[in-house]
Unconditional design. Sequence first.
Length: 203
Amino acid sequence: MSGNLLGIYVIWLRELKRFWKDRSRVAGALMQPTLYLFILGTGLGSAMVASRGGVPAPGAGRFGGYVTFIYPGIIGMTALFTSIFSAISIIWDREFGFLKEVLVAPVSRWSVAIGKALGGSTVASLQGLVLLVFAPIIGVSVTPGKIIQLALLLFLTSFALTSMGILVAATLKTIESFQMVMNFLMMPIFFLSGAIFPLSNLP
């Protein structure tokens, strides 16, 4: 059991180090949700105001009511995409032989999977929590209790999504096929999550 726990820790730590050392990945993880939030959110919010004859939505802040609405959705979207695509490292490791070295180590395979899932979900949760810096700009009040609740929710959701990605990645051979399958799974999850528009408006 101690060997399996050590294996989980080592694989978890490797996932965090791989993310932190890849500066372009860190920058992209911050820039993409920022663009979605302020450009897509402001653009769609302006279109909604125009459709109401220029009358802002009740309670609209500096960036409009739609940006406030989409803000938690962008945090969720960040966790969703980061969690799912963190599992792509399994295919990468298989192609370069690292996975074979891990599988012959004196640890069980479930500990390898849990270490991967914990590493991916930790990275995804951290990326989602970083977006809380925009809360005072948008006009969203955040308390320490809400931050703790959000961190737990993000981690549990990210762990489930990363595990799903690992399950798919374990059965595929190429990165291209993984991207195709995961996009097919992710887009309905994202569009039916209520992050972009209320589900009550769907036909």
